[in-house]
Write a protein that binds this ligand. Structure first.
Ligand SMILES: Nc1nc2c(ncn2[C@@H]2O[C@H](COP(=O)(O)OP(=O)(O)OP(=O)(O)O)[C@@H](O)[C@H]2O)c(=O)[nH]1
Ligand SMILES: [Mg+2]
Length: 236
């Protein structure tokens, strides 16, 4: 019976991966950089998206897919903060987004008019790790307030992430965050992902992070030129 159970789980994940590949193909075809934002509840996912949009300014058009168990408060926040488009997914209890949910959300986004899409996953450092969505970048967002030991306790997400953004550095001293401990624990799991230290409250580190993110976009120049050509108007 237990073997059967493992097989079913594998099949479900394989089906998810196929849908994720189709999502990735859609992002690629539209020249969109998709970022899967994974963090614990309250670590600052929505704040990061809002502040990154401000730091990017006119350099990139940002869309957002918001994943929450219930409610649309974060979608309202990112739209008010200037997102070009945003779609809410309510998982109805599911603790992570799945590729099929993102596939349906993509039908409501005009990807040709976007450069970067943030997918804010459900607040959880465990389950989203295993569910590919079709993103090009998996972003892990720990915050100092959660403690420096999180890489030890939740190793998988730190191991598979393409970039790690440490938020709430303004609280480091207040919460006795041991930076050396954190870095050693992360580097034991993941030697390549860049680590950015930011504060969404003070703005520290945000421009360096936004510049790096923009550089990950493979075709931004070409796409912007193409859109200018199509519209006949620069700066759209
Ligand atoms: N001090 C401090 N507070 C922050 C920072 N970033 C976010 N916050 C606060 O942390 C709380 C949670 O921020 P959100 O951006 O809503 O976090 P989230 O990860 O999107 O939360 P969920 O979507 O509910 O999982 C809010 O009260 C923010 O104002 C920061 O850098 N420093
Ligand atoms: Mg949020």
């Amino acid at each position: 019976m237990s073997v059967q159970h493992v097989k079913i789980v594998k099949n479900v994940l394989a089906g998810n991966d196929q849908t994720a590949e189709r999502n990735r193909a859609r992002f690629n075809a539209a020249g969109v950089l998709a970022v899967n934002v994974i963090a614990a509840p309250g670590a600052g996912k929505t704040s990061l998206i809002v502040k990154t949009m401000a730091a990017l300014g006119a350099r990139a058009r940002v869309g957002v897919i918001e994943g929450d168990i219930a409610g649309s408060i974060d979608t309202e926040k990112v739209l008010a903060a200037g997102a070009c488009d945003a779609v809410q997914i309510n998982t109805g209890g599911n603790c992570h987004l799945e590729a099929g949910m993102v596939q349906r959300a993509l039908d409501d986004l005009d990807l040709d008019r976007l450069d970067i899409v943030f997918v804010e996953n459900v607040g959880n450092l465990v389950c989203p790790t295993h569910w590919a969505l079709g993103e090009q970048l998996k972003l892990c967002l720990p915050s100092t307030a959660e403690g420096h030991d999180k890489p030890i306790k939740y190793p998988e997400i730190f191991a598979v992430s393409d970039v790690i953004v440490l938020n709430k550095i303004d609280l480091s001293e207040l919460v006795d965050f041991d930076r050396d401990f954190f870095y050693k624990a992360v580097r034991a799991l993941n030697s390549h992902a860049p680590i950015f230290e930011i504060s969404c409250r003070t703005g520290a580190g945000l421009s360096a992070w936004a510049d790096w993110l923009l550089n990950q976009h493979p075709h931004l120049d070409t796409k912007t030129e193409r859109l200018h050509h199509l519209s006949g108007a620069p700066g759209m």
